[in-house]
Write a protein that binds this ligand. Structure first.
Ligand SMILES: [Zn+2]
Length: 244
């Protein structure tokens, strides 16, 4: 594949533009995860709020059920109280009295449990209220954070588009066959597709290059690639002279 000084200079210039484009791509890619993190934090806070609400509801349900239990026992004690006059024997009277006392004791126990539940419900409602206030604050912060991030993303996309246009303009003077090799190397995870030869070594993988290859690079007639990492090799002086 033919190589000229003009092509080499254009290729190295293109690589500089690609470096900028890669950086702009990173800027664009960095924003969506931050947007997702803000949304996920908000969702977590909502989940905590929902859990607190569910806890209060559950406690209220338990209180309602205990109230029904107490009412049933009270009703039983009342009914047994009414039966006391109809009892014929002293033993049966005593047994019924004991039964009524047991029922009343159970009602007392249930009422204690209801009082405890009422305290728990108060605490849970307090937690709910605190979480609601926190959620409101986080919602406000999230809204402003998301607006900022959307603006940042939009700006990053604009910068990326400009870098892409500059890159495409820089690619125009590079011959198609050289460009194909260059793009292929970059697509293999080597963004520095063209590297200088430094003291007879590949500027990227540092392997010692064959003297014949170094001579080929110096001649600047054909496209030379590193035998080890396959990157395009060039002599820094060829490019430095152009830059100066
Ligand atoms: Zn190499």
């Amino acid at each position: 594949m033919a190589m000229t000084k003009e092509t080499l200079i254009a290729l190295v210039a293109l690589q500089e533009k690609d470096k900028v484009l890669d950086a702009r791509q990173k800027d664009v890619d960095a924003v969506p995860p931050r947007i997702a993190a803000v949304k996920s934090d908000l969702a977590e806070e909502k989940k905590r709020m929902d859990a607190a609400k569910a806890k209060t509801l559950e406690l209220e349900k338990r209180k309602k059920s205990k109230e029904l239990d107490a009412a049933a026992k009270e009703e039983a004690a009342r009914k047994h109280g009414g039966q006391l006059n109809d009892v014929k024997s002293n033993d049966a009277y005593k047994a019924l009295q004991a039964e009524i006392a047991k029922e009343k004791a159970i009602v007392g126990d249930i009422e204690t449990e209801i009082l405890q539940l009422m305290e728990e419900i108060d605490t849970s409602r307090g937690e709910e209220k605190a979480l609601a206030a926190e959620l409101k604050k986080i919602e406000e912060f999230s809204k402003s954070d998301l607006e900022k991030l959307e603006a940042e993303l939009s700006h990053a996309k604009g910068e990326h588009a400009a870098a892409k246009a500059a890159r495409d303009a820089a690619a125009a003077p590079v011959p198609a066959d050289v460009l194909r090799v260059y793009d292929h190397i970059r697509s293999r995870g080597k963004p520095d597709a063209a590297v200088p030869v430094v003291d007879g070594h590949c500027g990227a993988c540092q392997i010692t290059l064959a003297p014949s290859l170094v001579a080929e690079v110096a001649k600047l007639k054909s496209l030379a690639v590193c035998e080890s990492c396959q990157r395009i090799l060039y002599k820094p002086e060829h490019v430095a002279a152009a830059a100066a």
